[in-house]
Design a protein. Structure first.
Lengths: 163, 204
């Protein structure tokens, strides 16, 4: 094998690395984060631009004693990709960054369940970190701070999860 | 000295204890050392795995021993990546040759009538999701607060799965904060460095 052939082989072996992508940036699913206002008082104090929740969402909330309120309103929502190796961020109050949720997968439990690290940020400060196992299509609730006689609830749900 | 400072920042980042100044300092270090971010996420992953073995509501006994074992695991993880990094650095030394090499390869590919496709991407990269992790999971999630005044109740649903975490001790949101119109806090100043980096990564 002459020197020219050796150089050609070396060059050929380098070609695939030129287009290599960071595997951590691969999306493995999508996640929704909804910000819900819950109260036993007047719901209008939450503002005029809030939205009604779907009946099934209200039913799911009221199935848990600690989440049982007489009224609920949707304050905002965000859907983000779940990245294979990096944390993702959801800002349900877009464009405001008052409340943020970061999430990163830890391990796949099965086809529908994923253990994740969730971080709750409020006022640009990290408040807490937790590592629940989330089931696709099933909301996981973080009951947050009080606001205007009610409570702010963050509903985190895996919408899609690649097999 | 710089290495010690970097390690201190790394440990604080993993524990979520960085001050805004330290976050900025770490961001600078990440720019200088591109592989640092992957190492940090790996450290956080290992920390998480170790913490799963200890109840979230109980202070780990023999704290020093716990920390030394934790750092040992981190060191082992980092050491296991070292050969790959060396290889990476060796290839990086040939970066000057990539442009002409790529151009030549494209010409060759043209003559060979061969398409250069996207390479296969491994499911678990340096900072990738551990698909081979055991299926057994902790039933109750751990919760780590940034303030001693916070507490939480973990709520399970009828299926026995954890469905909610009720956090107590949080400061009330100010009533004049209009969450429905999101009129406040839209500026980027003071946002977490990891958030800004994440957004920058998505734009790349």
């Amino acid at each position: 094998m002459n020197r020219f052939s050796a150089i050609l082989i070396l060059i050929w072996s380098l070609v695939p690395t030129l287009g290599a992508q960071d595997p951590g940036m691969e999306s493995i699913g999508t996640m929704s984060v909804e910000l819900i206002y819950a109260t036993n008082g007047e719901v209008d104090v939450a503002g005029l631009t809030t939205k009604e929740l779907k009946p099934e969402t209200i039913k799911a909330l009221q199935a848990v004693k600690e989440l049982k309120f007489s009224e609920y309103r949707l304050l905002g929502s965000d859907v983000s990709n779940i990245l294979n190796g990096y944390e993702g961020w959801a800002s349900p109050l877009r464009p405001s960054k008052e409340i943020l949720v970061s999430f990163q997968p830890i391990k796949r439990v099965d086809g529908n369940r994923l253990q994740m690290v969730l971080e709750y940020w409020q006022g640009k400060q990290k408040i807490f970190t937790t590592n629940p196992t989330l089931t696709k299509g099933k909301a996981f609730y973080l009951v947050g701070p009080k606001w205007r006689e009610g409570r702010v609830i963050i509903a985190v749900k895996i919408l899609t999860l690649d097999k | 000295m710089k290495k010690e400072k970097t390690e201190e920042l790394n440990v604080k980042w993993v524990d979520g204890l960085l001050s805004p100044e330290e976050e900025a300092e770490l961001a600078t270090l990440m720019e200088e050392t591109p592989e640092l971010e992957a190492e940090l996420f790996q450290s956080r992953r290992v920390t998480q795995a170790v913490r799963e073995g200890v109840s979230g509501s109980v202070e780990p006994p023999y704290g020093d021993f716990f920390n030394s074992q934790l750092m040992r695991k981190v060191d082992l993880e980092i050491a296991s990546k070292t050969p790959a990094k060396r290889a990476e650095r060796w290839w990086q030394s040939l970066r000057w040759a990539w442009a002409p090499a790529g151009a030549l390869a494209l010409v060759l590919a043209f003559f060979a009538g061969q398409r250069i496709g996207k390479p296969a991407v491994s499911g678990a990269g340096v900072a990738g999701l551990d698909k081979s992790a055991p299926a057994a999971i902790a039933d109750l999630p751990s919760i780590y607060f940034t303030s001693d005044q916070l507490n939480a109740d973990v709520i399970s649903d009828a299926d026995g799965e954890v469905s909610a975490i009720v956090v107590t001790g949080l400061d009330d949101l100010k009533d004049d904060l209009d969450l429905s119109t999101a009129s406040l806090g839209s500026d980027l100043k003071g946002l977490p460095v990891s958030y800004l980096r994440s957004k920058a990564r998505n734009f790349q």
